[in-house]
Design a protein around this ligand. Structure first.
Ligand code: GTP
Ligand code: MG
Length: 218
C-alpha cells in the first residue's frame, strides 16, 4: 500500500474532525434551498404555475469524499477538497416540465450573488446511457460571524420523467459503471428515450394550456 493511499485513508477522519468544514456546505444548501423556494412560490403566484415539483439535497459523507478525492488524485487536505470536488454540496431540483428546468436555471443563475462556474446540459446532449439532466456548478456566499465564504454547490435540475429514469437506473446499473452488458445498456437508453418522448408530449400539452391560462390575467 502506498503512502499516498494511507494518507487518504485519514481524509474522512480529517473531515469529521473539522465540523466547520461540512457545516459550510450545509449552510450553502440552506441558502440555495431558500432561493429556490422563493422562486417556486413567487413564480406560482405570478404565472399560476409552480416550476418546481420537489427539491432534495445532501452533503457528501466523509467516506464518499475520501473515495472521490483518492480517485481524483487530490492532495489529502481540506483545501484540495474544497477546490477539487464540485459536489460536496448537492441540490436536486425536480420540475414538472422541461421548460421549467431551463426557467429555474435561468432565474437562479441571473441572481447577483450566484456565480455560475460550470453548466452541463445533458438534456440537449444526453449521456450515452440515456441520462438527462441539467447540471450547474454554482458558488454562493455564506455569511458567517466574522467572514464571508464562497461555497460551491452542484445543482441538478431535471423533470419528473428524467428523475424517474435516473433513480431507477442508479438502482439497477450505476454501480457497474462502464461494465453494463450491451443488451441492457440498449434497453436502458431506449427507456430513457421513452421518458424524453413523454416529456415532450407533456410539454406540448403544457404550452397549449398555458396560452389560455395566461390570457385570463389576474
Ligand atoms: P461524478 O464523478 O459522478 O460526480 O461525475 P462528474 O464529475 O463527471 O459530473 P457529472 O456532471 O457527469 O455527474 C454528476 C452527478 O450526476 C453524479 O454524481 C450523479 O449524481 C449524476 N449522474 C451523472 N451521470 C449519471 C448517470 O448516468 N445516471 C445517474 N443515475 N446519475 C448520473
Ligand atoms: Mg457526483
Amino acid at each position: 500500500m502506498s503512502g499516498e493511499v494511507l494518507e487518504h485513508e485519514g481524509l474522512a477522519d480529517l473531515v469529521r474532525q473539522r465540523p466547520g468544514f461540512l457545516m459550510l456546505y450545509k449552510f450553502a444548501i440552506e441558502e440555495l434551498m431558500t432561493k429556490l423556494r422563493i422562486l417556486s412560490e413567487e413564480f406560482d403566484l405570478a404565472h399560476r404555475h409552480d416550476p418546481i415539483e420537489h427539491i432534495t439535497s445532501r452533503v457528501k459523507r466523509p467516506e464518499a469524499i475520501e473515495v472521490k478525492a483518492r480517485r481524483r488524485g487530490l492532495a489529502p487536505d481540506l483545501a484540495a477538497i474544497a477546490e477539487g470536488l464540485d459536489d460536496v454540496a448537492g441540490v436536486r431540483v425536480v420540475c414538472p416540465f422541461v421548460s421549467d428546468v431551463y426557467s429555474v436555471a435561468e432565474m437562479l443563475t441571473r441572481q447577483d450573488d450566484v456565480e455560475l462556474l460550470r453548466r452541463k446540459d445533458y438534456i440537449a446532449t444526453p449521456k450515452d446511457n440515456g441520462y438527462r439532466s441539467l447540471h450547474l456548478i454554482v458558488r454562493i456566499p455564506v455569511f458567517l460571524s466574522d467572514r464571508v465564504e464562497r461555497v460551491k454547490v452542484e445543482v441538478q435540475l431535471r423533470t419528473i420523467a428524467m428523475d424517474f429514469w435516473a433513480t431507477l437506473e442508479h438502482k439497477l446499473f450505476y454501480k457497474y459503471e462502464s461494465q453494463v452488458p450491451t443488451d441492457f445498456a440498449t434497453e436502458l437508453a431506449n427507456a430513457a428515450g421513452l421518458a424524453a418522448h413523454l416529456d415532450s408530449r407533456m410539454e406540448d400539452l403544457h404550452q397549449r394550456l398555458r396560452g389560455p391560462v395566461d390570457e385570463l390575467g389576474d
